[in-house]
Design a protein around this ligand. Structure first.
Ligand code: SAM
Length: 202
């Protein structure tokens, strides 16, 4: 009920699943972060007007549109499933009709998250288990390389965090766990967000 209500409010269609057919086990299926979880996250965790968020494996774009609507900041979504990407583009057209006044750009890119060139202005990175830990490690290493070139404070937000993702951050990066946000009344203990922070050297 809540899912459809929020979709209607944003004028997008993001409910449902999409499984991969005959594809590498490295890529996970499409499933959106529940709106209830996003509501809870952003009651506790705020984005500033100078922030720019990237959703790796954005699916139909729920997270970028939701954030753009609430915080009016630049957002980027990367998606490698061509049908899902097409749906995200249609959602953008429809969402934009009621969000013309928000100047911040919404960029949707078709392609592999591990090949995305991290921009020096990107500082918030969102993951809802889009792919294997091996690919996650590569994406995180791209973020770390960008930090070496352009030192800045950066957050990585994990929804429904898997042990393997947490291990990558612990073993291979200097990100530390800054906050944990649980989804109210969740039956599954994994229904939570972990927010990891890298602090600028300044
Ligand atoms: C669990 S969904 C998350 C969707 C969205 N981030 C959200 O939270 O609502 C994961 C998405 O990542 C996409 N994906 C999987 N592997 C990918 C890759 N290597 N590069 C880009 N997208 C990928 C899938 O097609 C799927 O749409």
């Amino acid at each position: 009920m809540l899912e459809r209500k929020f979709d209607q409010m944003l004028r997008i269609r993001t409910t449902g699943l999409r499984e991969w057919k005959n594809h590498s086990t490295h890529f996970n299926r499409y499933e959106a972060t529940p709106y209830k979880a996003l509501q809870q996250l952003f009651q506790v965790y705020k984005l500033k007007e100078t922030d720019q968020l990237v959703d790796f494996g954005c699916g139909r774009g729920r997270v970028p549109f939701y954030i753009h609507h609430h915080f009016q900041i630049p957002v980027t979504g990367i998606e490698v499933n061509d049908k899902t990407y097409e749906e995200a583009l249609n959602n953008k057209i429809s969402y934009r009709q009621q969000a013309k006044h928000i100047l911040a750009p919404i960029k949707l890119k078709y392609g592999l998250a591990e090949q995305y060139e991290v921009k020096k202005s990107d500082n918030r990175f969102y993951f809802f288990n889009p792919f294997s830990a091996k690919i996650f490690k590569k994406v995180v290493s791209n973020i770390m390389n960008s930090l070496e070139e352009h030192d800045r404070s950066v957050d990585i937000i994990l929804y429904y965090p898997l042990k393997e993702y947490k291990q990558v951050l612990k073993k291979h990066t200097s990100f530390y766990l800054m906050n944990k946000v649980r989804v109210p009344d969740a039956k599954d203990k994994k229904e939570k967000f972990l927010i990891y922070r890298y602090k600028s050297k300044d």
